[in-house]
Design a protein around this ligand. Structure first.
Ligand code: PLP
Length: 480
């Protein structure tokens, strides 16, 4: 590859120190956090890969724009700059600002979905899933069959299963479908992109059956980049052209701008329909703020308007994709499998495969995440049975998740390849002796949104040391 093309199109002007704790300090910190990385303090973390949401670095141009923020209650200059930028990008006639994606979801679903209706998606993000349920509707995921094979190199594993979608639309439940929402890229399924061919087919099916078709466009630019790289019909298109074409296929969108808005906060709803806009606007004013700020400050709107220009820069997207792909190669070379092919905003480690000595009841994904913190101060998120499995009233795992994964989310413009070499080196050390990784059991847990507040403890060693390590048995979680 042409090396110059992999170089990020910026240099670093403002930096923030990162903490390096001793092994003993990390051990104490994790114990005090109840072995839940969400309870750690940011100043106890060396490399924070918990989320790519709101964690990116802004540019000097964004900060200069922020200084021009107009904080007028209504009709601020900053609003018009933001609105025009979003309108040019998406083509939607109505734009409503919101403080973040889930606020947009709540407002849209409250206005669009009725109790008992079905919302179909390639995969709902967790807050999206929750907001569909909160209005009494039923979220249903129809990922394409290729997504079930973590190792397959299929370029568009984020697609929806078109046959299954058509089956529901033409079947006895067809009249209950109130919305089809396509998440681009598919965060719940390995950051995999959705092809334009798939989006076009969804648009056609929805039109034929009179069902609204929306995008969850949190990573619209990254999806557009992957389309321009992997879908031959779009090879000569710029990412911005692809993104605009995607928005144009849909009736509207809900977008968290904490990702591809290159800002700490923000979002918007894009709509064509006048009546739906009026309903959403009334809800927005009552719950978020007036329709020219929607819970955002003028300086936020300015940063976002500038960020939306920077995020579709091919040089930026190419360098970001190359950096994630390079980290994936380092990790794979170290003997740790990741969902293939590498996406852009995150890598998903196959903890179940790396730690076969741990059963799903011992939460291999969580165990690997804790080990990354203990060994290297790296924070990440489990996407396995702790997060997705179903539990009984005593918090015992009843149905494990289909895969035991760990997500390494990559903040935008924050870490260099050297930071990622460090992450890969820590993982490589774990991969050399995986049996030293201990399992965990739940000590206490809320019933809703478990992963944020659950507290755990390491499973006690009860067995004799095996030749390669120690076998652990869960205490008090019903496992034999
Ligand atoms: C695909 C997707 N949709 C919606 C959201 C919700 O956005 P927010 O965190 O801004 O509420 C997220 C957040 O990570 C996301 O990844």
């Amino acid at each position: 590859m042409d090396l110059q093309k992999m170089v990020p199109p910026y240099r670093i002007k403002v930096v923030e120190p990162i903490p390096f704790l001793t092994t003993e300090e990390r051990r104490r910190a994790l114990t005090e956090a109840g072995y839940n990385p969400f309870n750690l303090r940011a100043d106890q973390i060396t490399i924070d890969l918990l989320s790519d949401s709101g964690t990116g670095a802004t540019s000097s141009a964004q900060e200069a724009a922020a200084a021009l923020g107009d904080e007028s209650y209504a009709g601020a200059r900053s609003w018009f700059r933001f609105r025009d930028e979003v309108h040019d990008l998406t083509g939607y006639s109505h734009i409503l600002p919101v403080h973040q994606g889930r606020a947009g979801e709540r407002i849209l679903f409250t206005s669009l979905l009725k109790p008992g209706q079905i919302c179909i998606s390639n995969t709902h993000f967790d807050t999206t899933h929750a907001n569909v349920k909160l209005v009494g509707a039923e979220p249903r995921d129809l990922p394409c069959p290729a997504a079930a094979d973590l190792d397959s190199p299929d370029p568009f594993k984020g697609n929806i299963d078109l046959d299954a979608l058509e089956g529901i639309l033409t079947g006895p439940e067809g009249h209950r479908v109130g919305l089809v929402l396509m998440t681009i890229t598919n965060n719940g399924l390995g950051a995999q992109p959705v092809s334009m061919a798939n989006l076009t087919a969804v648009r056609d099916l929805c039109r034929r059956h009179g069902v609204p078709f929306f995008l969850d466009g949190a990573r619209f630019a990254e999806n557009a980049w992957l389309v321009s790289q992997r879908e031959s019909a779009y090879r000569d298109w710029t990412p911005r052209q692809v993104a605009t074409a995607a928005f144009q296929l849909a009736d509207g969108c809900v977008v968290s701008l904490k990702k591809d808005g290159l800002s700490a906060i923000g979002g918007f709803i894009g709509l064509r329909d006048d009546a739906l806009h009026a309903a959403c606007e009334a809800n927005l004013i009552a719950t978020e703020g007036f329709s020219t700020y929607g819970g955002l400050a003028g300086h936020d709107l300015e940063r976002l308007a500038q960020g939306l220009r920077e995020v579709v820069d091919p040089a930026y997207l190419r360098a970001r994709a190359a950096s994630t792909a390079r980290l994936a190669r380092l990790i794979n070379d170290a003997g740790v499998d990741t969902i293939q092919p590498a996406g852009i905003h995150a890598l998903y480690l196959n903890a179940g495969r790396l730690l076969p000595h741990l059963s799903p009841h011992e939460f291999p994904g969580h165990s690997l995440g804790c080990q990354l913190y203990l060994d290297g101060g790296i924070r990440c998120a489990e996407l396995g049975s702790l997060y997705l499995g179903s539990m009984d009233d005593q918090h015992r795992l009843v149905t494990p998740a289909p895969f035991e994964l760990v997500r390494l989310a990559i903040p935008r413009r924050v870490y260099t390849d050297t930071h990622f070499e460090y992450v890969a080196a820590v993982l490589a050390d774990i991969a050399k002796d995986p049996e030293r990784v201990r399992g965990y059991r739940i000590v206490s847990s809320p019933h809703l949104l478990r992963h944020f507040k659950v507290r755990l403890a390491p499973v006690e060693a009860t067995g004799t040391a095996k030749s390669q390590g120690v076998r652990f048995t869960a205490v008090g979680n019903g496992k034999g």
